[in-house]
Write a protein that binds this ligand. Sequence first.
Ligand code: ADE
Ligand code: ZN
Length: 323
Amino acid sequence: MIDLHCHLDGAITLEIAKTLGNLQNIELPAKNDDELLKKLSVPETCESLNDFLQCFGLPLRLLQTKEGISEAVRLVQENAKSQGLIYLEIRFAPQLHLINGLTQEEVILAALDGLKASELHTNLILCLMRSDHNQDENLETVKLAKKYLVKDEGVVAIDLAGAEALFKTKDFEKEFSLARDYGIPFTIHAGEADGAESVKTALKLGAKRIGHGVRVNEDPELLEYIVKNEIPLEMCPNSNRQTKAVSDMTKYPLQEYLAKGVKVTINTDDPAICRTNLKNEFSYIEKMYGITSDQKKQLLLNAADAAFCSENFKKYLKENILK
Ligand code: ADE
Ligand code: ZN
């Protein structure tokens, strides 16, 4: 299996949180595992992406030192490896890890250290954050992405995460214009909490993939464009269910997109926050939408094709999926 859309701060499980707490002498604000689990995952009452984004406080508190970040990256990879993943892309926003005085560059270097400590083939995506008072921080992330950009086994791309409905994609032209000038590939969260227009803007800005994109079917012409231009969608079913990106999961457009030939991929988004993992995402779509083993293979081949990695490694991934 392959996960192309996994946030570091959304992947801090109960076990990882305890390890990070011990490592950094941070007392966890819970009397027992049940209480801790509640603080590390989304409540049933979640009504929107904005609600969902409130759940990242505790995981982010554990990710403010070099050791914490490195160890978290390693442990998230180990978790993925133990479930049978053969490739993983971990994303994080360096600007969210500066509370204890680290610089964005130190955050990236710490994550790169963690990457080296696991055998799972993993790449890093640096997230810019949607807000209206952080352009300097976002531009710094783009510049650092350029400095550390590699084809494989390191920083391979950037992204735009955060509250899509509150801070529109069109307001990030300056950041992605710079990324284009630097030749940095990017994906953008779009068509999740905002509609088709946000996806159109992301594609105009030059996004190579779309994070979620579940709402592209609001615009049939856009859907056609996505098929024709083979734009991969990083779909995350349980996250979409919890953020109410789709109000009725029986109408989730997965089979519709596959039938039309969209390059759909299946991912976790925030496995710990969503209380899921990639195996569970595949079981969910098998049960809910009758995804067959051939379709699962197609979803994995799509992910291999869409991966931000070297051509050589893509070839290896595809051979591995087909064997
Ligand atoms: N950050 C973590 N998960 C996210 C999501 N689903 N959408 C936007 N930003 C996020
Ligand atoms: Zn995401």
